[in-house]
Design a protein around this ligand. Structure first.
Ligand SMILES: Cc1cc2nc3c(=O)[nH]c(=O)nc-3n(C[C@H](O)[C@H](O)[C@H](O)COP(=O)(O)OP(=O)(O)OC[C@H]3O[C@@H](n4cnc5c(N)ncnc54)[C@H](O)[C@@H]3O)c2cc1C
Length: 235
């Protein structure tokens, strides 16, 4: 078993550290105080290929995994936890696609995330579903070739800034947590809007916002894995 970082992992860590020291640290206070989303830093991360460190090579990434992602998050967070969350929140929204997506879903969504041209987000939490994730009340009802989503997610990192959302919703209330399913929802889908943006006490460069689904119709192909797998995807 290899206990130390590989040469490639060390390069990733060094590159993230350089960006943190030279590009993030000097502006961190400004972003935090103003609650400004770090679009320009995301661009720098994209240009340096860091957005794809945890995405398989077949889908445009560098082929690493959660360790490579953590190395980047750790370095960026030293300079600014909020700015780092744009990257980390994207990872949270992307891993369900990497782990449970079909080849078609991966081809459709992962290359843009790997290139940094699109961010992702993960929507699980609701007013009655925090630590007790089994309390999810957002529903997804199959209607012909579409699922119809209704409900509100809260405190979602990258809400409104991301283009691709992994969302957990209930498809069968009778089955409890085994009745949850995971879906990919694209920004701009009719019936999908963004609610309250939290005015936080810290990590203010990160956007934390509500996702509102009001009869939001998505193609049934956007189901991740199969119905009933939502809780497993989330965990
Ligand atoms: C900045 C920020 C970003 C976030 N980003 C996302 C995101 O991108 N996607 C997403 O889905 N969610 C996100 N969340 C939500 C986050 O995952 C939830 O806040 C978390 O799951 C806890 O839920 P809660 O806040 O409702 O706290 P609660 O579940 O109400 O817990 C409150 C307190 O009670 C304690 N507690 C709870 N249950 C028990 C128990 N059974 N026994 C003992 N103690 C208990 C907890 O430890 C905690 O201290 C974000 C939250 C924040 C603050």
């Amino acid at each position: 078993m290899e206990y130390f970082l590989t040469e490639e992992q060390l390069m990733i860590k060094d590159l993230a550290k350089k960006i943190a020291d030279e590009k993030i640290a000097p502006v961190a206070i400004e972003y935090d105080e103003e609650g400004k989303f770090p679009d320009d830093i995301v661009k720098i991360l994209a240009e340096s290929d860091l957005c794809g460190v945890y995405i398989p090579e077949d889908y445009g990434g560098l082929g690493g995994g959660i360790l490579e992602m953590s190395l980047v998050v750790e370095e960026l967070s030293r300079a600014c936890g909020g700015i780092s969350l744009a990257f980390a929140g994207t990872g949270l929204g992307t891993f369900p696609i990497i782990l449970f997506g079909s080849d078609e879903q991966k081809r459709k969504y992962l290359p843009d995330i790997a290139s940094g041209s699109k961010l992702a987000a993960f929507g699980l939490t609701e007013a009655n579903a925090g630590s007790d994730a089994a309390g999810v009340q957002t529903t997804a009802v199959l209607d012909g070739n579409e699922y119809v989503l209704n409900g509100t997610k809260q405190w979602i990192t990258n809400g409104g800034e991301a283009d691709i959302y992994t969302v957990i919703a209930c498809t069968n209330r009778l089955k409890g947590a085994r009745g949850f399913s995971a879906f990919i929802v694209e920004k701009g889908t009719p019936g999908f809007s963004f609610g309250k943006k939290e005015n936080k006490m810290g990590i203010r460069a990160s956007v934390t916002r509500e996702l509102v689904f009001d009869n939001c119709r998505i193609p049934k192909e956007n189901l991740l894995s199969k119905e009933g797998m939502g809780f497993i995807v989330a965990m």
